[in-house]
Design a protein around this ligand. Structure first.
Ligand code: MIC
Ligand code: SF4
Length: 639
C-alpha cells in the first residue's frame, strides 16, 4: 500500500502493534522537549524512573512559560531544571532564549524524526516534516528513559492547498479556515497532512503556524512534506545536514481529503471564546479594541514581526490600544535588533517583552475589565488572558498590526499594497543552550522549597462509591480544570498548593467539596479536557481524589493523562444519561476490576435508583495502568 508521510514515519519507528486506525501502537521517540511549566513534573518523574542518562537521540529542556519571577518559586524551578538537565544528559535552553516550539524548529527539529513534547503545541515541528506529538510529562519522562510512546494509530486527513494566497492573507488565515470548517473537535484521532501546490508557497515558519494550531483542532499531529523550502530553511540555520526529503508516496491512502483554495481566502479572526468561532474580519466589523498582543509559538517568527514593524513604521499606536510584542526566540530578537526593526517597533509605541510565552499564558498583560484583545496567539478560551470577562480575538500578524493603529478590528487589506519581504541572513548563536556534561553522574540536582514530591495514587479499589462533584458542559478546557496565569503557574511543582485552584473559574468550592466527600466523579460533555497537555489537570484532581471522569467524549492528551494518574475516563453510551445525572448523585460501580475486562461497565445511580452503561476506550495495557493506580505504579510493579 502506498503510504502517506505520517504512516511512513510511524512505520520506521514502530515497535509494536498494527498500522490500523484506532489500534494501539508503540513507537520509538527520537527527540523530546519539555518546557518549565510541565517540565518540573516530567523531571521529577524521570528521576523516579531511576535511569542514569536519557536514552533519546536528543532531549531539550526549555524555560519559556514561567518567566515573571514574582517571587522565589519560578527561579527555584529554573535552577532545578538546569541542574536536572545536566544530571540526566539533557540540553538546557536558558530563560530568554525563546519559546520551546520556535527554538526547536530553528535549532533542533529534523524531517522524518519523531518528537514528543510536554506541551500540546509540540506538533509545530510538523512544519519541518517532523512527526511531533504533545503529551503529558510522564509520557515524555518514559520516552526520555528509553521507553516507547503509546498512541492509537491516527486516521490521516489530507489537506490539499491549491491556488495562491491573495495579498495580506497569510498562514494564520489558512489554519483558521481549517478550524472554521472542522471545529475544535475535527482533528480528534487524526493527523492533518498538508499537500498540494499551495505548500511550496509557504515558508517553514508559515507551515509551523499551521501545524501549531492543529492542536486547536484536537489533532494528534499535523505535518508538512520536507522539500526544497525545508532544505533552504535548514541551510539558513546552518543545519542542512539535518535535511532529508519527505513526501507522500504516489497514490497514498488518506481517510479523508479536504481542499482549500487559497485564492478564495480572506483575512479571518477567531471570535471569543473559541479558536473555531471563525469569521472574516470584514463580517465581524470594526470592533473597538483595547489591546493587541503579538507573539506566541503561533506567530512570532522574524517574518511575522518584520511585517508588523513594516505596517507600524513611522506611525503610532492608537490611543485606546496597548500593543505588546514578544519575539519567539532570541535569534528572532537579535535579527530584529540588527535590522533596525526593533527600533521601528519601539518608535511606534509597542511594548516589547522578552522572548517567551508571556501574555499567551496569562503571564502578565491581562486586558482591562470587559476589554477586547486582538492576539496572534492560538487560544482564546475564557479567562486565559488573565481577565475573566475579556474578549479575545485571534488573527494573523498583519491584521493585529493594522488593528493596533486604527483601534478597531481591521482587515489588513485596507492598508494598500503589502510591503516587500527580502530574504536576510539568519543569526545563529547557540550560546544560551547549555550542552550536558559527559560526567553527568557527578551533577548535584538543586531543589527549592516549592518543589514538592509527587503525590502517589492508590491502586483501584474493588468498588467505587462516589458522589458527582461537578457537572460541566461541552468543550471544557484544561484552562477550566487547572488554570494557568501569574498566580497559579508558579505552583506547578507543588501539587498540594495548586490543587486549591482546580475548576476555579467554574466553581471555587470544588476543591473543598472534593476533600470533604473524600473524592468523587466529574461529569463532562463532549471534548472534555481540550487544549493544553498540562498533566496538572489530572494530577491535581487525583490529589483531590477524583476517581472517575464520566464524559460524552475526551480530548486525546487529557484522556491519556487521566489514565497515567489512575483516574478512570468513562464515556456515556447513551448521551441522554448525561442529562439525567445531577451534582450530588451517588454513583456506585461494583466489581470494577472485573467490569473493566469488558468494554462497558454498569453504573448505579443509588440516589435516584437507576442504572446506566458507560464505556471505556482503554487498551488492555491502559486497563492494567488504571488497576495499578497509574503509570508510575504500573512501571514499578513491572520492574
Ligand atoms: C498552553 O498553551 O496552554 C501551554 C501552557 O503551553 C500548555 C502547557 C502547560 O499547561 O504548561 C500546553 O499547551 O500544553
Ligand atoms: Fe507558550 Fe502560548 Fe505556545 Fe503554550 S501556546 S507554548 S503558552 S506560546
Amino acid at each position: 500500500m502506498a503510504l502517506n508521510i505520517t504512516y511512513q514515519i510511524i512505520k520506521k519507528h514502530l515497535l509494536s502493534g498494527e498500522l490500523t486506525p484506532g489500534a494501539e501502537i508503540a513507537i520509538a521517540i527520537d527527540q523530546t522537549l519539555t518546557q518549565d511549566a510541565t517540565g518540573t513534573m516530567a523531571y521529577l518523574q524521570l528521576e523516579a524512573l531511576g535511569v542514569d542518562r536519557v536514552q533519546t537521540e536528543l532531549s531539550v529542556s526549555y524555560v519559556d512559560h514561567n518567566t515573571l519571577q514574582n517571587s522565589f518559586e519560578n527561579a527555584d524551578d529554573h535552577r532545578y531544571l538546569q541542574s536536572v538537565a545536566a544530571r540526566y544528559g539533557i540540553y538546557f535552553s536558558r530563560p530568554g532564549n525563546g519559546i520551546c516550539h520556535q527554538v526547536h524548529l530553528e535549532r533542533f527539529g529534523a524531517p522524518g524524526k519523531t518528537l514528543l513534547g510536554s506541551d500540546s503545541h509540540t506538533p509545530t515541528a510538523g512544519g519541518l516534516g517532523m512527526l511531533a506529538f504533545g503529551a503529558g510529562g510522564l509520557d515524555v519522562a518514559v520516552a526520555m528513559a528509553g521507553g516507547p510512546y503509546y498512541l492509537k494509530v491516527p486516521e490521516v486527513v489530507k489537506i490539499n492547498l491549491t491556488g495562491r494566497l491573495a495579498p495580506w492573507v497569510g498562514a494564520k488565515d489558512i489554519i483558521l479556515e481549517v478550524l472554521r470548517r472542522l471545529t475544535v473537535k475535527g482533528g480528534i484521532g487524526r493527523v492533518m497532512e498538508y499537500a498540494g501546490p499551495g505548500v511550496k508557497q509557504l515558508s517553514v515558519p508559515e507551515r509551523a503556524t499551521i501545524a501549531n494550531m492543529g492542536a486547536e483542532l484536537g489533532a494528534t499531529s499535523s505535518i508538512f512534506p520536507s522539500d526544497e523550502v525545508t532544505r533552504e530553511f535548514l541551510k539558513a540555520q546552518q543545519r542542512e545536514s539535518a535535511w532529508s526529503a519527505l513526501e507522500a508516496e504516489p497514490g497514498a491512502r488518506y481517510d479523508e481529503e479536504l481542499t482549500i483554495n487559497l485564492d478564495q481566502l480572506e483575512p479571518l479572526a477567531a471570535c471569543p471564546h473559541s479558536p473555531d468561532a471563525v469569521r472574516t474580519i470584514k463580517a465581524i466589523g470594526p470592533v473597538p479594541v483595547d489591546q493587541v498582543a503579538i507573539g506566541s509559538c503561533t506567530n512570532s517568527s522574524y517574518h511575522d514581526l518584520r511585517l508588523v514593524a513594516q505596517i507600524l513604521k513611522g506611525k503610532v499606536v492608537h490611543p485606546r490600544v496597548s500593543l505588546v510584542v514578544s519575539p519567539g526566540s532570541r535569534q528572532v530578537y537579535q535579527m530584529l535588533a540588527r535590522d533596525g526593526i526593533l527600533e521601528d517597533l519601539i518608535a511606534s509605541g509597542a511594548r516589547i517583552l522578552e522572548a517567551a510565552c508571556g501574555p499567551c499564558i496569562g503571564m502578565g498583560q491581562a486586558p482591562p475589565s470587559g476589554g477586547v484583545s486582538v492576539r496572534t496567539f492560538n487560544r482564546n478560551f475564557p479567562g486565559r488572558s488573565g481577565t475573566a470577562d475579556a474578549k479575545v480575538y485571534l488573527t494573523g500578524p498583519a491584521a493585529a498590526a493594522a488593528t493596533a493603529l486604527t483601534g478597531t478590528l481591521t482587515d489588513p487589506r485596507d492598508l494598500g499594497d503589502p510591503p516587500a519581504q527580502p530574504a536576510v541572513a539568519v543569526i545563529v548563536d547557540d550560546r544560551m543552550i547549555i550542552a550536558p556534561p559527559e560526567n553527568n553522574r557527578e551533577v548535584e540536582v538543586l531543589r527549592g522549597p516549592n518543589i514538592k514530591p509527587l503525590p502517589r495514587q492508590v491502586p483501584l479499589p474493588e468498588q467505587l462509591k462516589l458522589p458527582v462533584l461537578l457537572k460541566v458542559g461541552d468543550n471544557i478546557t484544561t484552562d477550566h480544570i487547572m488554570p494557568a496565569g501569574a498566580k497559579v503557574l508558579p505552583l506547578r511543582s507543588n501539587i498540594p498548593a495548586i490543587s486549591k485552584y482546580v475548576f476555579a473559574s467554574i466553581d471555587e468550592s470544588f476543591p473543598q467539596r472534593a476533600r470533604e466527600s473524600g473524592g468523587g466523579v466529574v461529569v463532562g460533555g463532549e471534548n472534555y479536557g481540550q487544549g493544553s497537555s498540562r498533566e496538572h489537570a489530572a494530577l491535581a484532581p487525583m490529589y483531590l481524589e477524583v476517581k472517575v471522569v464520566l464524559a460524552k467524549s475526551f480530548a486525546r492528551i487529557h484522556q491519556a493523562n487521566l489514565v497515567n494518574f489512575g483516574i478512570l475516563p468513562l464515556t456515556f453510551t447513551d448521551p441522554a444519561d448525561y442529562d439525567r445525572l445531577e451534582q450530588g448523585d451517588i454513583l456506585v460501580i461494583d466489581a470494577v476490576h472485573q467490569q473493566l475486562k469488558q468494554n462497558t461497565l454498569t453504573i448505579s445511580n443509588v440516589t435516584r435508583g437507576w442504572s446506566f452503561a458507560a464505556a471505556h476506550a482503554l487498551s488492555p495495557r491502559q486497563v492494567e495502568i488504571i488497576r495499578a493506580g497509574g503509570l508510575l505504579n504500573y512501571t514499578r510493579l513491572k520492574s
